[in-house]
Design a protein around this ligand. Structure first.
Ligand SMILES: [Zn+2]
Ligand SMILES: [Zn+2]
Length: 179
């Protein structure tokens, strides 16, 4: 079972000063541990741990995150949602995946240990001392969603795309999110 499927609800999180608080209304679609150099720079650490979830399943309990335009590896850019007071980042929108998806930073959750990674990505640039556990999928760059996502997450993604098409959204179509 993937961590996304195993996580109990609710999952709540916040920034450091507590001005921004939020709750995940359902399990994430997938949890990425990204070892790309961009994530390393943005976190000042060795990797980023991101829970991918539909934006309308992230309930804001308090505060109003500010969206900060930030370059991304694809060149399409990303918007990082930061607390307007302490500036801690709570989630990102990537241009490739549109505003409909949030990449919630797992470390901002009250119990981050409940969302271990479903997959390690961009391990080609992993820091050499990071040792990956044998039981978790790991790929050198990005991956084929159909192969790694649980069926429930694929169905949720289809539902999201259909709702978007029905609404006649003019935004760019959701595609593989090369961050
Ligand atoms: Zn804050
Ligand atoms: Zn990354």
């Amino acid at each position: 079972m993937t961590s996304a499927a195993a996580a109990d609800l609710p999952l709540e999180g916040r920034c450091t000063c507590r001005a921004v608080r939020f709750r995940l209304a359902s399990r994430p679609l997938v949890v990425h541990c990204c070892h790309c150099t961009w994530c390393q720079r943005e976190t000042g650490s060795s990797f980023a741990l991101n829970a991918m979830i539909e934006s309308d399943r992230v309930e804001l309990l308090s505060g109003a995150p500010e969206l900060v335009d930030t370059p991304s590896a694809s060149g399409a850019g990303q918007r990082i949602a930061r607390c307007p007071r302490c500036r801690v980042a709570v989630w990102s929108h990537y241009a490739g995946a549109s505003e409909a998806i949030r990449f919630v930073r797992v470390g901002t959750l009250d119990e981050p240990g409940r969302l271990p990674p479903d997959i390690h990505i961009f391990t080609s640039t992993k820091q050499p001392w990071v040792v990956l556990p044998p039981g978790t999928p790991a790929v050198a760059e990005y991956y084929d969603r159909e192969r790694y996502w649980p069926a429930e997450s694929l169905a949720r993604r289809d539902a999201m795309l259909q709702a978007k098409a029905a609404a006649g959204a003019s935004a760019a179509p959701v595609r593989g999110s090369r961050t």
